[in-house]
Design a protein around this ligand. Sequence first.
Ligand code: ADE
Ligand code: ZN
Length: 333
Amino acid sequence: MSLIPKAELHLHIEGTLEPELAFTLAERNGVELPYDGIEDLRRAHLFSDLESFLDLYHAMTAVLRTADDFTELADAYLVRAAAQGVRHAEISFDPQAHMERGVPLGTVVEGLAHALDRAEERHGVSTRLIMCFLRDRSAESAMEVLEAAKPYLHHITGVGLDSAEAGHPPSKFREVYAAAGSLGLRKVAHAGEEGPPGYVREALDVLGVERIDHGLRSLEDPELVDRLAREHIPLTLCPLSNVRLRAVDTLEEHPLRAMMDAGLLVTVNSDDPAYFAGYVGDTFHAVREALGLTQEQLRELARNSFRAAFLDQDEARRERCLAEVADYDFDRE
Ligand code: ADE
Ligand code: ZN
């Protein structure tokens, strides 16, 4: 594991639900899980693609019912993140996955915010919350969620777009992103994970996003790569996720290093660490080993994470974190 100070910018809180907590919550809430214990559930963590993962990810959210459940989930993540060198976390959540099960948006947001609001004091981790729309649901549904979020906007920094990408281009969400921008929300979107480079362009040009989640398939379009580099658009890469969901065959073949060499502002993140066998410190270590990254390249990834973070309201924290990166002693690892 690498303890270099870092920001985690691409993390789905529902993807941090470890099997142990899932069974605890299932019992507490009287939810029956179709698995014969923790090991049986872990054996189900074998995915053929994004869709097969999303099926399990959504099925497991059934155990999350009360505000306390969401607080406990976020606390558990923050403890693990802090232990892996995370100083700042921008945490995504999927409101529709819960609202469709009858859990009110307020329960989700207030439960998460309870843990996030005390995270800096308890864990030394500053936080932001990013509300994601499920792109395989309708644009109207996304707009309803944005409307429902209005009483909770003081807890929410930005909006994102996730779930099954193919066939659901960013342009489908033009209006809801425009409305989110008018409310002062920051904008990110998954693009180029399984969808084509054109989806990355649309996320930038139609939705006006500031960061791209994944962006891996941008590499198929050299002009797009030039633009991403020129405009310093951050890409929040998730190498372990890409291997587990078969976007790349092996970690050794992951283009992270090539993307750094091409001048792209890339960051390393965990996506859904309970499902992909690694939190972000583990991920830094794994890419270092697999790709032979130098200490300076690891420092660059850590610096990028703070530069790409939504820390504009707290530049002093960004500077402190960057100074910690500069002073980091790799001999401690
Ligand atoms: N939701 C959780 N993880 C995701 C991923 N990797 N891509 C799209 N949607 C997701
Ligand atoms: Zn993701």
